[in-house]
Design a protein around this ligand. Structure first.
Ligand code: UDP
Ligand code: MG
Length: 341
């Protein structure tokens, strides 16, 4: 798997934020994150903004900020890769001893950096935000999210904490482990749980989106849920044998019933029920095949070893560029990356 190596460490904190169509809230985001990071780390932080193929002016805005502030690293992906891969691209470029991940829409308050850092310094490697309240999200979204985390808890051996998103503060060693995992179908919060070390929750109230609208419609939420389950559990593959046993048992019981009626001198009527049974059996078989297909398809895609993300451009201010980054950095395809100046 050809992925860029994590850049050498050279600052105390890296803030990583994936951005997709967040033009309206970007100025407020940069302002609040900068204030929060500066208050604690002074100049010793970097702020990585990954543009995930936005269709609006997000990239232009990110570039404006990067030109003004040497601590801002602007990464432009070649197209939309999705939240988890955009975040992965950002995590591959961190230089900080600590890594702070949050969403671009300010649903996760950057000001919590201080309290989360205090918790981390008690001797933990991951402090993850756990949503105790979600403002401005529909009852449907809250309900499906709750259902998803409960279901995941039942299916998966790794303990994936409920109601935790990707909002978290991590040490460098956790991010290095994460970057060493080559898998394509990434459910990052699950992968972080899988890594281990000491991880503690940080309860917080999730704010409403500052501007724009959610980029996670039901379709993407379902895709993320399937990624989560298939990446961490093979239990669904066992459904086939469980369902087979269940239907076999039901068949035996009904057979006994038919024999009993026959011994009484009667016959069982009911072509309609037979047709219904055939349809149910057919759909169960297709469903099971679909589950197998889901795993098989993922194996096929993983087997291709394509890069996880394609980077079009990285803009790092020369004042902040590291000694060994003189000239141009190289991206994973060996293409020269433009260094802003
Ligand atoms: N995002 C991204 N690529 C996508 C979709 C979303 O980088 O294809 C980013 C988005 O800009 C935000 C984060 O992922 O920073 C979470 O997305 P969103 O706020 O829409 O999700 P929600 O909070 O509604 O679950
Ligand atoms: Mg959001």
């Amino acid at each position: 798997m050809q992925v860029p190596q994590t850049a050498p460490r050279s600052c105390a904190l890296s803030v990583v934020i994936p951005v997709y169509n967040e033009e309206a809230g970007l100025d407020a985001l940069v302002e609040r994150v900068t204030a929060a990071a500066r208050a604690i780390f002074n100049e010793r932080y970097e702020f990585i903004l990954v543009n995930d193929g936005s269709k609006d002016a997000s990239w232009a805005k990110i570039c404006q900020h990067a030109e003004r502030d040497p601590r801002i690293v602007a990464i432009n992906l070649a197209r939309n890769h999705g939240h988890q891969l955009a975040l992965t691209a950002g995590l591959h470029h961190v230089r900080g001893e600590l890594v702070f991940v949050l969403d671009a829409d300010l649903q996760d308050p950057p000001e919590l950096l201080g309290p989360m850092l205090a918790r981390l310094r008690e001797g933990h490697d991951v402090v993850y935000g756990q949503r105790v309240k979600r403002h401005g999200e529909t009852a449907f979204k809250r309900g499906t999210a709750a259902l998803f985390y409960r279901m995941l808890g039942k299916l998966v051996d790794t303990h994936i904490p409920p109601d935790a998103g990707d909002f978290r503060l991590m040490t460098r060693r956790v991010v290095e482990q994460l970057n060493a995992m080559p898998e394509r179908y990434r459910f990052i919060r699950g992968l972080v749980s899988f890594i281990g070390f000491s991880q503690v929750p940080f309860p917080y109230e999730r704010d409403a989106r500052l501007a724009g609208e959610t980029n996670y419609p039901l379709r993407k939420m379902v895709a993320l849920a399937i990624d989560a389950v298939t990446s961490f559990s093979v239990v669904p593959l066992r459904f086939a044998s469980h369902l087979g046993m269940l239907f076999g048992l039901a068949g035996l019981v009904s057979l006994a019933g038919i024999v009993w009626v026959w011994m009484q001198g009667g016959t069982v009527q009911g072509w309609a029920s037979l047709a219904a049974l055939i349809l149910i059996m057919g759909s169960v078989q297709l469903l099971v095949l679909g589950v197998f297909g889901e795993y098989l398809g993922r194996m096929y895609m993983e087997g291709k070893h394509r890069p996880l993300f394609i980077i079009a451009e990285v803009r790092r201010h020369p004042a902040a560029a590291n000694a060994e980054n003189t000239g141009a950095e190289r991206d994973q395809n060996g293409e020269a990356i433009r260094v802003a100046g």
